[in-house]
Design a protein around this ligand. Structure first.
Ligand code: ZN
Length: 306
């Protein structure tokens, strides 16, 4: 499943090339990926044709292209979605769902944005924009205008992520402590801090030796700062590698797979030795998924919450 670093790789790869380009045509090859565009595929196409892309922005796992029409093309990759930027003449990918033809931009060769998705939990929609609640840029990659800064309506309730320079850490610390829940559950709550999935939460908690069931109201401000630094470090490593690519469904904007999974310390490694102390990694059932910990580096707190 694409996590924040994969989406950030797409943003970086695409942003440099498509800003300034116009959308000349759109082909919807399967209705499901545009199901969140309630007015239907014809309306989706009509709203995109002839618009110009002014920026490529990401907040959490949401990616959007702001359009000069005053709307945005919003993408969520879901479980297996990919956004590729390929030459117009490339043969269609096996699970190609939507094709967006570009005109102009930095790269003068004909290019297409392709949405490829095998399982089709992800999708695209053209949505309206609203002013950001804090008056700061909508996300990473936002153009300096307009003022006030805008973001897509469906993203308005999503908190800033740990890679966003405008994340207010003091406010996050206050809200986390007030939540009176377990630490990992709070980290996965997209209204507190966005883009932290199961993998990065487990890896970051291991780095700072915190158990996932640690009550958030017992977390000190320095401990939280250390935890946020750890999430950035783990994501930075993934970004350098181009993504996690657990099921090889994910490839970056140019179609390359990531190799980060080799560097994981605890996630998916039940029974294997902790890279720090050698104790077998433990897997617990957690929120219909799993939580991986080293029982020695991350002892369960006496007053656990989850
Ligand atoms: Zn250990």
């Amino acid at each position: 499943m694409p996590e924040l670093p994969e989406v950030e790789v797409v943003r970086r790869g695409m942003g440099q090339r498509v800003v300034g380009a116009s959308i000349s045509d759109v082909e919807v090859r399967h209705p499901r990926p545009v199901r969140r565009h309630l007015a239907g595929a014809d309306d989706f196409r009509a709203r995109l044709r002839g618009t110009r892309i002014s920026d490529v922005v990401r907040r959490g796992k949401f990616l959007w292209l702001t359009l000069d029409s005053g709307e945005a093309l919003l993408a969520h990759l879901g479980m297996s979605g990919q956004l590729l930027l390929v030459p117009t003449g490339s043969p269609p990918e096996p699970h190609l769902r939507v094709r967006i033809c570009l005109d102009g931009g930095v790269d003068l060769l004909g290019r297409q944005i392709r949405f490829v998705d095998q399982r089709m939990f992800g999708g695209l929609s053209v949505v309206g924009l609203v002013a950001t609640a804090d008056g700061l840029p909508g996300g990473l990659g936002s153009a300096p205008d307009p003022v006030p800064p805008l973001l897509p309506v469906p993203v308005a309730h999503i908190a800033r992520d740990v890679l966003d320079p405008d994340l207010d850490e003091a406010a996050l610390a206050r809200r986390l402590r007030a939540r009176r829940t377990g630490l990992k559950r709070a980290l996965l709550d997209q209204t507190l801090v966005s883009g932290l999935g199961n993998i990065y939460a487990d890896e970051a908690l291991w780095r700072v030796r915190l158990h996932y069931a640690r009550p958030t109201d017992t977390l000190t401000r320095p401990a939280l700062a250390g935890l946020l630094d750890a999430t950035r470090a783990v994501m930075g490593a993934a970004l350098a590698e181009g993504g996690t690519s657990f099921d090889s469904l994910y490839v970056d904007v140019n179609g390359r797979s990531g190799y980060f999974e080799r560097a994981l310390a605890v996630y998916g490694r039940a029974g294997q030795p902790c890279p720090r102390c050698g104790t077998p990694i433990r897997r617990d059932a957690f929120m219909n998924r799993s939580a991986y910990t080293c029982p020695r580096c991350q002892p369960r707190p006496r007053r656990a919450r989850w």
